[in-house]
Design a protein around this ligand. Structure first.
Ligand SMILES: [Zn+2]
Ligand SMILES: [Zn+2]
Length: 266
């Protein structure tokens, strides 16, 4: 009787599973037959070239044009900040010079780019990676003197959970567009990090200390490397990566992210 009951239950759960699978399949088919809506303005998508976004919304993603710190790319509030002193550094860069030579962070972390990064990073929408990499190459047609690209790594636990590293996806497409090699698994994250935005500067730095190691120093020795990440938040993460790369013998480290978070976005 008990066996019969168990068997009955397993039939029930199988039928639930197949129902669930059928629902997923139907949903996917519906999305193929009937276009989805734009994630920002909710208009039905037609033949818009970028997945999940209408052309009108995607066109709203434009680079920040204000003058930037030549080192960390922090936007200056005055449009004349660099007019007579093009090498003028921002206060934090003068106080604590970063380990990287220069950062490019072309876009503000705002809608609709913010949604697009969220879909890529947390919702598995990896098909957005080529369009997001294209946004970078529009503002940076080809870095000169760079030998290799390196993505900011995820901790192995996070990688297992997410199944992919969004920074590496971006680096991969940038490498294709710029015709530069991408070094994989050379830079490693040795400890999981807490969300950077909830910490003070001192806590952030402590949290990141000795967080990155270069597993194969010979791969970066004497090379000019370009670190790739999706969002530049405080710069602390890329700075720690740059320290590890320079310690391993990299000749220079540059940084390229897609977006930059400002204090009020955090
Ligand atoms: Zn739209
Ligand atoms: Zn700066």
């Amino acid at each position: 009787m008990q066996g019969h009951f168990r068997g009955h239950q397993s039939i029930l759960s199988t039928s639930r599973t197949s129902k669930h699978m059928t629902a997923g399949l139907v949903r996917r088919l519906l999305h193929t037959v009937f276009p989805m809506n734009c994630r920002t303005c909710d208009h039905a998508l037609d033949d818009d070239p970028v997945p999940f976004f209408c052309q009108r919304c995607w066109n709203q993603i434009t680079p920040v044009l204000s003058p930037r710190c030549p080192r960390c790319a922090h936007p200056f509030s005055s449009p004349h900040a660099l007019t007579h002193s093009p090498e003028h550094l921002c206060g934090p860069c003068r106080k604590h010079p970063p380990a990287y030579h220069r950062a490019w962070t072309p876009y503000a972390y705002q809608s609709p780019l913010k949604e697009a990064i969220g879909l890529l990073k947390y919702r598995g929408k990896t098909q957005l990676a080529p369009a997001l990499a294209r946004l970078i190459t529009l503002t940076h047609p080809g870095p000169t003197n760079v030998d290799v690209l390196i993505a900011v790594p995820l901790h192995p636990d996070r990688l297992r959970e997410r199944e992919y590293n969004q920074a590496l996806l971006l680096a991969h497409h940038l490498g294709q567009q710029w015709k530069l090699p991408v070094l994989i698994d050379v830079l490693r994250r040795t400890k999981p990090t807490l969300p950077q935005t909830s910490l003070t500067r001192r806590e952030r730095l402590k949290n990141l200390r000795k967080c990155f190691v270069v597993a194969a120093p010979s791969a970066v020795e004497g090379k000019t490397t370009l670190l790739v990440d999706d969002v530049f938040t405080t710069g602390a993460t890329v700075n720690e990566c740059a320290k590890a790369l320079r310690k391993a013998g990299a000749q220079a480290v540059y940084v390229q992210t897609l977006a930059r978070m400002s204090a009020h976005d955090q």
